[in-house]
Design a binder for this molecule. Structure first.
Ligand SMILES: [Zn+2]
Ligand SMILES: [Zn+2]
Length: 217
């Protein structure tokens, strides 16, 4: 199914578009995200200049990555970080300020380095959403959930031990406090301000936790 309306489709089929697109994407020959050289399409970062696109308005991506962009409802790729899942899971992203700085460094690098190292195992992070979070617990939980649940919806069951290891390696609080402070509370705060909702459920033995993430309508 096309993401364009009929009028838009007409333009996309025109020679005018073909020329403009080729001119704007002239230095690229591979997918911005995975580096593939096949099935390439132009993605609009913005429709503001639709019909008279400017430099920066378009990105060259392969069909499969294009689908991912739109499935994640991320349009402006200039505001999106593409980060290896390992980075998120290995880095104990501490303060909100440091987290943002680290992630922004990656965004800087994205502009210069070839992104085809991200073939698998990458996660999109919408910076605008990230910036709305203001505690490190919210940020850690949010990034972790995005990493695990890449489509931003899904269900996981995870042991509290594992979660401790990822979200708060150095925390010495007991399991109950840990779950409250690092999972329940930030989840509730994110639910109040984000367009994702996170439902958490501790199992009876208190060893595992179910986390369900959904897009709010
Ligand atoms: Zn691709
Ligand atoms: Zn697109």
């Amino acid at each position: 199914m096309s993401i364009y309306t009929k009028d838009m489709q007409k333009y996309i089929a025109s020679e005018e578009w073909e020329i403009r697109k080729n001119k704007l994407l002239d230095f690229n020959d591979k997918c911005l995200i995975c580096g593939s050289r096949e099935n390439l399409v132009a993605h609009h970062n913005t429709y503001e200049h639709f019909g008279n696109e400017q430099r920066g308005d378009l990105e060259l991506v392969c069909k499969s990555c294009h689908k991912k962009i739109h499935n994640n409802r991320l349009v402006d790729m200039r505001r999106v970080l593409i980060v290896k899942t390992d980075f998120i899971l290995k880095n104990n992203l501490d303060t909100p300020k440091n987290t943002r700085r680290k992630l922004e460094n990656i965004l800087e690098h994205q502009k210069f380095f070839n992104r085809n190292k991200f073939i698998n195992n990458f996660v999109f992070i919408d910076l605008d959403e990230l910036y709305k979070l203001d505690t490190k617990y919210q940020i850690n939980l949010y990034l972790y959930l995005l990493t695990i649940l890449r489509g931003k919806s899904g269900n996981i069951q995870i042991s509290i031990e594992k979660l401790r290891d990822i979200l708060a390696r150095h925390s010495s609080v007991d399991n109950n406090n840990f779950v409250h402070r690092f999972v329940m509370k930030p989840a509730k705060e994110i639910n109040n301000k984000e367009n994702i909702s996170i439902a958490t459920n501790l199992n009876r033995q208190g060893k595992n936790i179910h986390i369900k993430v959904e897009r709010k309508k």
